[in-house]
Design a protein around this ligand. Sequence first.
Ligand SMILES: *[C@@H]1O[C@H](CO)[C@@H](O)[C@H](O)[C@H]1NC(C)=O
Ligand SMILES: *[C@@H]1O[C@H](CO)[C@@H](O)[C@H](O)[C@H]1NC(C)=O
Ligand SMILES: [Zn+2]
Length: 992
Amino acid sequence: MAAHTAYWAAVLFLSLIGVWGFPTGPVFNRDPVCGYKSCPATQPSMLNVHLIPHTHDDVGWLKTVDQYFYGDRNEIQHAGVQYILDSVVEQLQKDPARRFIYVETAFFYRWWRRQNQATRKIVTQLVNEGRLEFINGGWCMSDEATTHYSAVIDQMTLGLRFLNDTFGECGRPRVAWHIDPFGHAREHASMFAQMGFDGFFFGRLDYQDKGRRIRTKEMEMLWRASDTLTPPTADLFTGILPNGYNPPDGFCWDQSCSDAPIRDDPDLEDYNVDQMVFKFLEVAESQATWYKTNHIVMTMGSDFQYENANMWYKNMDKLIHYVNAQQSNGSRVNVLYSTPSCYLQELHRANLTWPLKTDDFFPYADAAHDFWTGYFTSRPALKRYERESNSRLQTCNQLEVLGGPKSRRGPHGEGDSDTMRKAMAVAQHHDAVSGTEKQHVAYDYARRLATGWAHCEVLVSNSLAVLSGSDAPRIYCEGLNISVCPLTESSQKFTMTVYNPLGRAVTWSVRLPVNGTAYSVIDPRGKSVASEVIPVSKATQLIRRDRGYAMYELVFQVQAPPMGFSTYSISMLQTGPPAASPKFRAPRTIQNKYLKVTFDPDTGLLTSLSNLETLQTIKLSQNFYWYNASDGKNKDSDQPSGAYIFRPNSSTPFTVSKTAKIETVQNGVVQEVKQWFSPWISQVVRLYEDSRELELEWTVGPVPVDDDLGKEVITRLDTDILSSGYFYTDSNGREVLERRRDFRPTWDLFQSEPIAGNYYPVNSRVYIKDDANQLTVVTDRSQGGSSILNGSLEIMLHRRLLYDDNRGVGEPLSEPGENENGLVARGRLLLSLSKPATAADTHRPLAQSMVLQPLLSFQQGTLHPNTKLEFSGLQAALPPAVHLLTVSQWEKDLVLLRLEHQFQAKESKTYSQPVTVNLQKLFSTLDVLGASEMSLGANQWKDEMSRLDWKTSGGENMKPRKGMKGTGDAVPWEVTLNPMEIRTFLLRVQQR
Ligand SMILES: *[C@@H]1O[C@H](CO)[C@@H](O)[C@H](O)[C@H]1NC(C)=O
Ligand SMILES: *[C@@H]1O[C@H](CO)[C@@H](O)[C@H](O)[C@H]1NC(C)=O
Ligand SMILES: [Zn+2]
C-alpha cells in the first residue's frame, strides 16, 4: 500500500538523521520542530508540486456559524466542521508525511474546547511537528471590502491570541490566506505585513488581471501596501493561487465530489493509475508555465471538505506514490504533501526578483458582466449595526480597563467584553458584514451582536458606577435614530451621560425624543446649555410606528472629555405648544458660522455649498435615483444583480422625483430642511450651529418592487468640481487610494460595465477634488460608490432585488424588514468642503468620530450630589494626529494599547509629522509600570519579529529592520509615531 511505503520511508529517514545527531524530525522528536524547519524536502532539479490539503470553512453563510460547526441543517448544505477536525486529526496520525492546514480559529476554538486531554495532546504534537499548521489564524477570514481596519485588527488578534495561548510559537501562522474574499484591499495587505506574516495567498481577482498575469508570469509579486510606511514595513509577498482554492479538475476526492478514485489493483476492473498519473503530469506541466520557479501549488480541498478525510488522504497517498514512481522512468515531477508556508519558503529560497504591486484588487469581476460590486452595499442595516457595534466594543473595552475588576462584577450584575468581541469577530467574516449570507444567517449575526452588547451593557454600567459613584439604574436607548427612548419620552427629570471613546474631546449634537416643549439642560459644571425642541418628522413617525410616542426632539450640543464622560441634567420646563412650527417651503439658504447651503425654493433641492471660513463655494445639487437591476434576461449575459453582483440594466438611473416636499425648522441650535421625495425616500439636510459639516440624513425603504423591478438606490451629488474622472476612496477606513473612471493602474482595461465596473468600496470616505476645491463625503457604514460623471459622486445606499445572482447564496437579496414589506434603512453622510491641501485635517478626525461614536446612557430623576459628573481616563487629550485605537484588558494588570498616527505622509502640512506620546503620562487613573511592544496582531514581541525579505523589480529593496533588543523588553516611555504607523503595546498597569 502506498501509505505504508511512505510511512516506512519517513521512519527510516528520520531514524537516520536521529543517529547522526541532526535536529530530530517529525516522528520521534521531543522538542518541537514546527514552522519552516518542519517543511518536507523537495527536489531542486525537478518541478515540485506542493499539495495543500485544506478545508474552507465559512464562519456563517448558508447556515449559521454554529449550524456549520455541528453539521446541523444539512438539508441546506452538507457541512459539519466538528467532523472535519475529528476526521483530519485521525488521518494525520496515520502517516507523518500527511499535512493539513487549518484557518478559521472561530471553529477550531469551538472544537478544541470539547476535546479531552488525550486528543489535545495528540493535536499539540501534530502542531509541534508542523503536520497540522495554522494558517491566517484570525477568528474568521475577513471580508476585505466592507470591514473597518479596527475590527479586522481585533478579530485577527482574537484568533492569533488563542493560537499562541494554546500552542505557543508553533501555533503562530506564517502566512495570510484569503482564498475566498471577493477582491482584496490594500490595507489588508498592509495589516498582514505589520502582523508579521511572511506571505499572502488568495484566489479571486479580476479575470482580465488574471489573464494578463498568467501571460506575463506575474501571479506572484511583492505588494507594497502603503504609500506612507517605510518599506518593507507594509510589503507583503503575495501569490495568486492557480485554481481559486479548488483542486485541479478530476482530482477532487472529497465525499462531496464525484471524481474517480485511484484504482490501483490491476486485478480489479477499471485500473486507472496510468491515466491518472498522465493527467496529473499534464496538469502540473501546464500550471508550471504560469509561475516563475520550479515549485507550484495545488489546493487539495474546498468548502467544508474533509468531513471524511480518509477519502482525500488515501487517494493523495496513492497519487504521490505513483507520480513520484515515474521519476525512475525519467519524470521530472515531484509531488509532495505541503503547506502554504513550505511553498512560500521555496519561493523565498529561489531568490528571484518579483514584480511590485502598489494599488489594490478592487473591483473584482469574474466575467465581463459579473462585477462583484453589489455587496459593497448589500444589507445596509447590518453594515451599520456592525459598525456601531465596533464603537460599542471599544467603549466596553475601555471601560473594562478604567473600571477595574468591579466592571465585570458590580452593582448591575455580571458583564463581560468577550461575548461582544467574539460576535464582532464573527461578523467580520466574508459572508457576514459583506451582506452575502442567507437571511436567517444575517439575523444570527445581528442577534450575536445584540447579545454581545447585552453583556457589555452590564459591564459599562458597572464601570460607570465605579467611576461616577452612582449605581442608580442606567438605560441605553438603541432607537435614538428613529426617536425612540422610553425614558426620555416620559421623564420630567433625567440625566444623560455621554461617554467618548476617542482620545480627544469632542463636541456632539444629540437629539432626544421628548414630549415636553421646553427643557433645561445643565452641563457637568452647572452651566445651562442652549437647547431647542423640534417636532419629530413624519418620516420618523412612519418608521418607528408604535415603538415610541415622542412628539418632539430635544436638540442640544454636548461635550465629552477624551476617553471619558460628561453627565448632563435635563428637566422639563413646559408642555405647552412649541414656540415655532415648521415652514413648508425650502429656504433659499441655511447657514452657520462655517457653512452656507442654498436651495432651489421651487424644487426643494440643494443648489450650492459654501465654506465661509475659506471663502469656497461649489455648485451642489443632490438627488436620489435608482438603477434598474438586471433580471438576467439580457442580450449580453444572463447575469442578474444579486447579493454579490451589481448589474444595472441601463447606465441611466431613474430619478425618484425631480422635486421634494419640504418642511423647514430653523432655530439657534439646528437648521433642518426635511425633504420628502416619495413614500419611500426622504432626507433631512441638517446644519448644527457649531458644525463644520453638512449632515444628510437619508431614509430609504421599503424599496417598492411591485413593478417587478429590482432597485439599487443611490444618491448622487453633482458639483462643478473639475474632477475629470478621478475620485478617491479609503481602504478599510485608513489610507486613501486614487480611482479613475474606466481605468486600472496595472492593466489596459476593457470596460464592459460602465457603472458596476466603476464601483469601489467606500468604507468611511470618498472625495473628488480639483485645484481649488475638495468635496469629501464621510459615511457611517461601508457602501459602494463611484464618480460616473465628472464633478459627481454617487453612493449606493440600499438595494432590493428579485433574483439570485448564482454565486451560491441561493436567495434574492430582498430583506423583509419588520413588516415583511421591505427593510427601511436610515443613515448619515457628512459633507465637508475644503481646500485640497488641508482637507485631511478635517476628514481624518471626522471619519474617526463617525466610527467611534459617543455612547449615551440615561438615569431617571436626579443624581446623588456626590456623583462625579465629569471624568477623563487620560491625563490630557492626545495630539490631533494620534488616534487611540485600542485600550483593552489583556489579563489581570495587563492592558493592550494601540496608538495610531492617523495621517498619511504629505497629506497634511500640520499633522503629517512624527509625533511623540509619553506612555507613563497617558492615563489619569492607571500607573503604567512597564511596556513591551508587540506586533500588530499582538501575538509576537516586536523585537522577535523577523520576516522573510523579498527582492522586487520596482522601487528599492529594503532589508527588514530588526526590532529593539531583548525579549519583550521595556520600551522607552516616550514613543514616536510616524505617519500611518500603528504601535501596539502590552502595558503593565496598576490602578491609582
Ligand atoms: C541571491 O541573488 C543575489 C543576486 O541577485 C546574490 O547576490 C545572492 O548571493 C543570492 N543569495 C542566495 C542566498 O543565493
Ligand atoms: C505566547 O504564549 C506563551 C504561552 O504559550 C506566552 O508565554 C507568551 O508570552 C505569548 N506571547 C505573546 C507575544 O503574547
Ligand atoms: Zn468563503
